[in-house]
Design a protein around this ligand. Structure first.
Ligand code: F6P
Length: 364
């Protein structure tokens, strides 16, 4: 028998379970393969005792419409930066990658499929360089990987954000208020831009286009006649004003290396007030609601296609690569190429033109 190990790493994302199910179903058609899963990314391999589960068709039955990941995940640490507590209570990291590869050999693992975003695929590349037979599946609600046309989970996040705009419109109209809806996306404005267009927001602020607060104020004031009117602003968590800085919280969880973005909606209200905007304002931070719950059909289909293709890459010995969607095909892209350039919104993007055509202010 040959053994495949699946790991899910980074933030969770609707569709992860559908990818796991697709891999297991496809593998079950090849009689000589058995599939295992590592709990919490590669922690399941590194922990003592290890936490590895067997995955078969029965185990993955019905999981394609469940949010989260049955294998659990983490966006802290990893085999190259394993957090260890020092005697004085502080934390440092050690490289456990050689130890992990030794353990995988001991477990007779022939191949690994790592489902994760750019951070996880950087780990995949480094493990591949150390000789591991590894294939990647791209995952992120942010849709910020340039190697693939889209990532699963993104459309579900857009759907959730759009439903939030729809809901805010009615309360904003009833109270003659401006609502700031803060959405995720890290340094990419895709969720915000899509939700603003789909939901009919008046203003959309994204990280790629630092905004001019005067322009935002003018766009909002146009929506009011005396004290009557309302508006919805969709603001991406990574947005900031021209000359301004990212808004984020310090995070002291051991092994957490990201900036924990959040707070731009409140900051924006402050900036508008200081600029002389007089109408009532409220904020809604959508947060992790965008990552939870049932994946929409589009994401389940994309997940299934990624999962089947990833296993076929294993069968063909196409290691050191990540599956990618390039309409209408599913292709494989070397990790190195997949992680070098992020997919960010550009001024000449068709959706930017559409937003402008609809009269959505980008604060410019
Ligand atoms: O990358 C996905 C994402 O959801 C970002 O949009 C967000 O900034 C981040 O993860 C939040 O991650 P955490 O799980 O650390 O709160």
């Amino acid at each position: 028998m040959k053994r495949l190990l699946i790991a899910t790493g980074g933030g969770d994302c609707p569709g992860l379970n559908a990818v796991i199910r697709a891999i297991v179903h496809r593998a079950s058609q090849e009689k000589e393969w058995e599939v295992l899963g590592s709990i919490q990314a590669f922690n399941g391999v590194l922990w003592e005792p290890t936490e590895i589960v067997e995955l078969d068709n029965k185990k993955v039955a019905g999981i394609h419409f469940q949010g989260g990941t049955i294998l659990e995940t983490t966006n802290k640490g990893g085999p190259f930066a394993w957090p260890v507590k020092n005697k004085d209570g502080s934390w440092s990291t050690v490289d456990m990658s050689d130890e992990m590869i030794r353990k995988l050999q001991y477990m007779h693992i022939d191949a690994v499929i790592n489902i994760g975003g750019d951070g996880s695929q950087s780990i995949s590349q480094k493990l591949y360089e150390k000789g591991l037979n590894i294939v990647g599946v791209p995952k992120t609600i942010d849709n910020d990987l340039s190697a693939t046309d889209s990532t699963f989970g993104f459309q579900t996040a857009v759907q959730i954000a759009t439903e939030a705009v729809d809901k805010l419109v009615t309360t904003a109209a009833s109270h003659n208020r401006v609502f700031m809806l803060e959405v995720m996306g890290r340094n990419a404005g895709w969720i915000a831009l899509n939700a603003a267009v789909a939901g009919g927001a008046e203003v959309c602020l994204i990280p790629e286009f630092p905004y001019d607060i005067q322009k935002v104020k003018e766009a909002l004031e146009k929506r009011f006649h005396y004290n009557r009117g309302f508006a919805v602003v969709v603001v991406a968590e990574g947005a900031h004003r021209q000359g301004g800085e990212l808004v984020y919280q310090e995070n002291d969880e051991p092994g957490y290396r990201n900036k924990q973005l959040g707070g731009i909606a409140r900051q924006l209200m402050k900036e508008l007030r200081e600029a002389g905007f007089e109408h009532d304002m409220r904020e809604t931070v959508l947060g992790h609601l965008q990552r939870g719950g049932v994946p929409i059909a589009y994401d389940r289909v994309l997940s299934a296609q990624f999962g089947v293709k990833a296993f076929e890459m294993v069968l063909n010995g196409e290691f050191g690569k990540m599956v990618a969607y390039r309409h209408p095909d599913f292709i494989s892209v070397p990790f190195k190429k997949a992680i070098t350039r992020p997919n960010l919104v550009t001024a000449n993007n068709a959706l930017v033109k559409t937003a402008e055509g609809l009269g959505i202010s980008l604060g410019l």
